[in-house]
Design a protein around this ligand. Structure first.
Ligand code: NAD
Ligand code: 0WE
Length: 255
């Protein structure tokens, strides 16, 4: 059994109960960690408020990661509330809708900027905010997708951003290793969350995993939560800078 009693974890990216962030928060909480859950905006506050009573020792905080002042403010609040931090989970990705609908060739400068700002730069900014609080070492975890490496229709600029995110994981791991802070990513298989809603061929992607993936089924949020718990725990003390697939094996499939 993994015991995170006495540990403090902050999870960014809770939108609703289908969010991967929610499954991770549940697993970290079950293991005994105190949870700080961050939601993006006023619009999502009610959802966060409704969910956290399910956790034993959790509080919610608001933070739009495209805003430096909000990032500074949330780490000030975390410092006041907890005094330290052990685990940070970054479960955030966004590109403007047009960019994942239109031909990749038509990606605008601004859509490229927003996708990379919210989906990649935010990991660096949050890591920088967390480091002064991770006085006993720590674990930083982000979520990526196989579209970083292989082309999926419509994933477009998000694929480019995920490639950059995976590189950022390696550079952060090298930067923070001497402080005993590990930085890793989980590459999750496709899951029907808010971020997958309205995406044209999403059910086609799910069907491909069922038909051609080794396990002939799709992965569930809670399976991502289990691996997140492992990577955040002392059991993974020797793992950093790594991308771990939790995709029912789909990434090994050739045809
Ligand atoms: P989700 O919509 O539940 O979570 C995405 C979160 O990003 C939301 O909570 C949203 O509020 C947050 N966010 C977006 N812009 C933000 C901003 N400016 N400031 C703060 N928060 C912001 O969907 P999800 O599927 O749980 O996505 C979580 C992560 O998992 C993302 O990085 C996504 O790319 C990744 N991922 C998802 C899948 C999938 O198929 N669902 C597969 C692999 C990886
Ligand atoms: O990373 C993601 C989701 C990324 C995402 C989704 C949206 C939808 C709504 C980023 N930005 C937005 N912006 C919006 O306005 N995934 C891994 C899930 C996902 O998204 C896809 C996928 C998969 C898988 C898009 C196209 C093809 C496959």
């Amino acid at each position: 059994m993994i015991d995170l009693t006495g540990k403090v974890a902050v999870v960014f990216g809770l939108a609703n109960k289908r969010s991967i962030a929610w499954a991770i928060a549940q697993k970290l909480s079950e293991a005994g960690a105190r949870l700080a859950i961050c939601y993006q905006s006023e619009r999502l506050k009610r959802e966060a408020e409704a969910l956290i009573p399910e956790l034993r020792d959790a509080q919610i905080f608001q933070c739009d990661v495209s805003n430096d002042a909000e990032i500074d403010a949330v780490f000030e609040q975390l410092k006041t509330t907890y005094g330290k931090l052990d685990i940070l989970v970054h479960s955030i990705g966004f590109a403007p809708a047009d960019a994942i609908k239109n031909d990749f060739l038509l990606t605008t400068r601004d859509d490229f900027r927003v996708a990379h700002d919210v989906s990649v730069y935010s990991l660096i900014a949050l890591a920088r905010g967390a480091v002064p609080l991770m006085t006993e070492g720590g674990s930083i975890l982000t979520l990526t997708y196989y579209g970083s490496t292989k082309v999926f229709p419509n994933y477009n600029v998000m694929g480019v951003a995920k490639a950059a995110l995976e590189a950022a994981v390696r550079y952060l791991a090298a930067s923070l290793g001497s402080k005993n802070i590990r930085v890793n990513a989980i590459s999750a298989g496709p899951i029907k969350t808010l971020a997958a809603r309205g995406i044209g061929d999403f059910s086609k992607i799910l069907t491909a995993v069922e038909e051609r993936g080794p396990l002939h089924r799709n992965v569930e949020q809670i399976e991502v939560g289990n691996v997140a718990l492992f990577l955040s725990s002392p059991l993974a003390s020797g793992i950093t800078g790594e991308i771990t697939f939790v995709d029912c094996g789909y990434n090994i499939t050739g045809l």
